[in-house]
Design a protein around this ligand. Structure first.
Ligand code: NAI
Ligand code: MG
Length: 372
């Protein structure tokens, strides 16, 4: 499509971030070299390694590259930041990146993988066919609200506080994103809130309902309380198509929904903002998991969450839905052929490492490509 190649900034970050992102980069290189994907990849330091070598978690030239890019592929940050001043940590945080780029919608797809049933926490009768697009509000709510802080009370006790605050426009833009996404899928949206207890929940439900009546009456809308949703996601996940919810509820529910996909290492995400002049959204793609310090440096992290994040980039930033589908089919084929990292291996299956999983997916891509 676009005459200009997609400028993709690669930020591996900390822990297993660089290990999984390296495999996603191999896959994007394949799409560029074999399928002619117009993409230019550049890599910059971010996280502990940047702090150690340059004194900043998010060095100025990395931040510049963030603003110059069309899409960011990001691993994870987190680890031993004990010696790093709080101010430096805040200025480099991924929350700041999301906020600075206006990435208000965090799309977290969760699906059932038939090949992994042997290692799955949910039975096939429960999870079979589940295919959920969870949309988390990403730049507001409890994680950003002020005032926030910790204080010492007159009697010496400590007290900490955060603020949950939402304005109608913040709710509307993420709900609009979710309604539009539902129209491209099975046309159903479930809005999740805590309107029985929280004022923000009441406003959330009112705002989503009003938008539905005004612009999206063709989409089947339901509402669910968040505590019930936590149960329904593992009890009957096939009832959901698109889910939209606030920042904290989305953070928690999406990890829980990961049970459908067997491992946190399988889950991709896209943080998306408003459409720019060129028709592409501001975008950051990252696996849902963190830096996994417990398995860092062992070469065993599952790269599929990162690779499926690259697939989301193909769909949403390169706007090549068929290429995104090709990559998802290749992941499925590699799993069907028995490729398993340790986190998704059933008893008796021999696990392979991150690079070998990258190899298996590249072989599957080559096979699918030669058949097409
Ligand atoms: P985590 O997601 O890093 O790890 C949770 C568990 O899942 C661990 O047992 C880990 O080994 C396993 N795991 C994670 N990714 C995996 C993969 N690709 N393959 C196989 N197993 C995998 O979450 P945790 O332990 O709560 O946090 C660790 C650090 O990551 C913390 O510093 C946290 O702040 C940070 N973090 C960063 C995020 C980000 O950068 N977006 C998101 C979540 C956590
Ligand atoms: Mg989380």
């Amino acid at each position: 499509m676009a005459a200009q190649p997609l400028k993709c900034l690669v930020l591996g970050g900390d822990g297993v971030g660089p290990e999984v992102i390296a495999q996603a980069v191999r896959v994007l290189d394949w799409f560029r070299d074999v399928r002619g994907l117009p993409i230019a990849l550049t890599e910059h330091p971010y996280g502990l390694s940047a702090w150690q070598t340059q004194g900043h978690i998010l060095p100025a030239h990395t931040l510049q590259a963030v603003h110059d890019s069309d899409a960011i592929l990001f691993g994870a940050i987190g680890g031993n930041y004990d010696g790093v001043p709080m101010q430096v940590r805040r200025e480099g945080s991924v929350l700041r990146l999301r906020r600075e780029l206006g990435l208000f919608a965090n799309l977290r797809p969760v699906r059932h993988w038939p090949a992994l049933d042997g290692a799955a926490p949910l039975r096939r009768e429960v999870a079979g066919g589940a295919d959920i697009a969870l949309v988390r509000e990403n730049t507001g709510g409890l994680y950003f609200g002020t005032p926030r802080g910790t204080e010492t009370l007159p009697d010496g006790r400590k007290s900490a506080f955060n603020t949950q605050r939402y304005a109608t426009d913040e709710i509307e833009r993420v709900a609009r994103f979710a309604f539009e996404l539902a129209r491209t899928r099975r046309n159903r949206l479930c809005s999740v809130d805590k309107s029985n207890v929280l004022e923000t929940g009441v406003l959330w439900r009112e705002t989503v309902t009003a938008l539905h009546q005004r612009e999206f009456a063709d989409v089947a809308l339901t509402h669910m309380l968040v505590d019930n949703c936590a149960l329904q996601l593992v009890r009957a996940p096939t009832q959901f198509d698109v889910i939209v919810t606030d920042n904290m509820f989305g953070d928690i529910l999406s990890d829980g929904a990961g049970a459908v996909s067997v491992s946190l290492g399988m889950l991709p995400s896209a943080a998306l903002g408003a459409l720019r002049a060129d028709g592409r959204p501001a975008a950051l793609y990252e696996p849902v998991h963190g830096s996994a310090p417990d398995i860092e440096g062992q070469g065993i992290a599952n790269p599929i969450g990162a690779i499926l994040s690259a697939a989301l980039m193909l769909g949403h930033s390169a706007q090549l839905a068929a290429e995104a589908q090709l990559l998802e089919r290749a992941v499925e084929a590699a799993l069907d052929a028995g490729a398993r990292t340790a986190d998704i291996a059933a008893p008796g299956e021999t696990p392979i490492g991150s690079v070998a999983m990258g190899d298996a997916i590249l072989s599957a891509l080559a096979a699918l490509n030669s058949r097409a």
